[in-house]
Design a protein around this ligand. Structure first.
Ligand code: AMP
Length: 493
């Protein structure tokens, strides 16, 4: 029986306390019914959509690969000693507690030591950084030459991480390395460049800027070029900067190109920049870890935050990455979690470089156990021992999904990922399932009374988080209007 709002008001006014209570109960029951209805609609829509053929993901042309490394197969080289590395490198490798090469290292390093150009199809987590750093450092030991190697990376965080690996591996050989990325002072960087580093790790835009404008800096003696995460370099429109760099640096050099996927664009880049390369791929098996437990939760859009906080409660103290789609979502979700007493830090493209590194360091050191991030953090970053990945927003392509969940269950550890799926995400979600080749199990919803009790708190905290996020954006815009436009390398929007 439907009751008009006016009628209800009248009735409440007339009724005694008991009637008001009964009415409140009724409203609550209706709200629950509505919620149930929404949930079952979502569920039905999933089931209905699952019977339709999902759209196939477009995979670009694959080129010939010389070796596909099966991570379960015996290694060609079981120890670093067998690779005949100099004692200084072996010492650092031992200090880093690398007991044996990873599959990509065992396969690629011997070719690299023989002077070949390399194409490596491998992702973060495979040990690819050391796979290219070790042969460069081995060659540097003989050459002892400044501006010996240039590593190009798509993001600042990845660049810093690569530099850290070089520094650790080169610690016994007096290595000088620098990181040249956007968002940092050009003059400081120019000064660092004059100190004749052996290895430069850079984002393409900023190093090109220096090549064009910093007096006395040139790469005319460069011997090694690495393009790391080349697919992402091209996705982020670094193509023109790469072309310019390739024109400026010597053609007589060794080049390594690492990429998660081999696409037409990469094949073109490879033809333009590599000479008769050896192609080594780590098979997909390596990426879909058996010890990763993936699941999904069907949630109604209005309850998404409540489900998220419920998950955080369930995994209290664990290291967690929450992925969101936009910078604003990242900021708001971090604030929401913090207001509710969780230790969360944000990582997205609208933070300053110092803020981003600050967040990353807090997370890495364990001062904060929750990192809320856009996809800028889903690839390339070496964040050890993440217990849980939560897809708060489902990614807009299936490759990104694989990269995101790849942040957990690494190096033989177990891990879990949960994707929150609303009625608006179904199409994308089904595409992801089709690429994965399997259906993800649905996690059961928490009991209704638990959810309802939580929802009240979460709603209040959400309102506060939205207000503070607005403040954050207003302050940021004010700064921008104040003429402090920074000259950052392009990353996410
Ligand atoms: P990467 O794929 O280069 O980002 O490396 C992923 C992680 O594996 C990093 O934490 C490396 O320090 C680590 N790693 C690289 N090579 C080895 C190795 N041979 N043994 C153990 N850990 C390694």
């Amino acid at each position: 029986m439907s009751v008009s709002v006016g009628g209800v008001t009248k009735k409440v006014k007339k009724s005694k306390n008991n009637d008001a209570k009964a009415l409140a109960e009724k409203i609550k029951r209706n709200a629950l019914k509505q919620q149930e209805l929404e949930k079952s609609k979502t569920s039905q829509a999933v089931d209905a959509a699952q019977t339709e053929p999902a759209e196939k993901e477009v995979v670009e042309v694959e080129t010939k690969v010389d070796t596909i490394v099966d991570p379960d197969a015996p290694l060609k080289f079981e120890t670093f000693q067998e690779l005949k590395l100099i004692p200084e490198l072996l010492e650092s490798i031992q200090n880093m507690k690398f007991t044996k090469p990873t599959p990509i290292q065992s396969e690629a390093i011997p070719h690299a030591l023989a002077g070949k150009d390399i194409i490596g199809l491998a992702q973060t987590g495979s040990g690819k950084t050391a796979a290219f750093a070790i042969p460069i450092l081995q060659a540097l030991w003989d050459a002892q030459q400044p501006y010996f190697g240039l590593v190009l990376a798509p993001t600042r965080e990845l660049a810093y991480q690569i530099k850290e690996t070089f520094d650790a591996l080169g610690s016994a050989m007096g290595l000088r390395s620098i990181c040249i990325v956007g968002g940092m002072d050009m003059m400081d960087q120019a000064r660092d460049l004059m100190r004749k580093p052996h290895i430069l790790v850079a984002t393409p835009g900023r190093i090109m800027d220096h090549l064009e404008h910093t007096k006395g800096f040139s790469l005319k003696n460069l011997k090694y070029l690495v393009m790391d995460e080349a697919d992402r370099l091209l996705d982020m429109d670094f193509g023109p900067a790469l072309d310019k760099i390739l024109k400026i640096i010597p053609t007589q050099r060794t080049t390594y190109l690492f990429s998660a996927t081999m696409t037409n664009k990469i094949a073109k880049l490879q033809r333009a920049s590599l000479h008769n390369p050896v192609r080594v791929a780590v098979s997909d098996k390596y990426q879909t870890a058996d010890n990763l437990v993936q699941s999904m939760m069907l949630v109604s859009d209005g309850y998404k935050n409540t489900f998220l906080i419920h998950l955080l409660n369930e995994h209290i103290g664990k290291s967690i990455i929450i992925f969101t789609r936009t910078c604003a979502h990242t900021q708001r979700t971090t604030l929401l979690a913090s207001i509710l007493g969780f230790s969360a830090v944000p990582l997205h493209g609208q933070l300053t470089q110092a803020q981003r590194l600050g967040s990353l360091n807090k997370f890495k050191s364990g001062k904060a156990n929750i990192l809320v991030a856009t996809d800028v953090a889903s690839r390339g970053l070496d964040i050890p021992s993440v217990d849980l990945v939560i897809n708060y927003d489902i990614p807009t392509d299936s490759k990104a999904y694989i990269h995101r969940v790849g942040r957990t269950a690494r190096a033989g550890r177990s891990g879990k990922s949960v994707s929150l799926i609303t009625q608006y995400d179904l199409e994308m979600y089904l595409r992801i399932e089709s690429v994965l080749g399997k259906k993800l199990p649905k996690d059961p919803s928490p009991p209704k009374d638990v959810l309802d009790a939580l929802h009240v708190h979460v709603d209040r905290a959400s309102a506060e988080a939205i207000r503070r996020t607005k403040d954050f954006h207003e302050k940021r815009n004010e700064k921008k209007r104040g003429g402090r436009g920074d000259n950052r390398d392009r990353e996410e929007r």
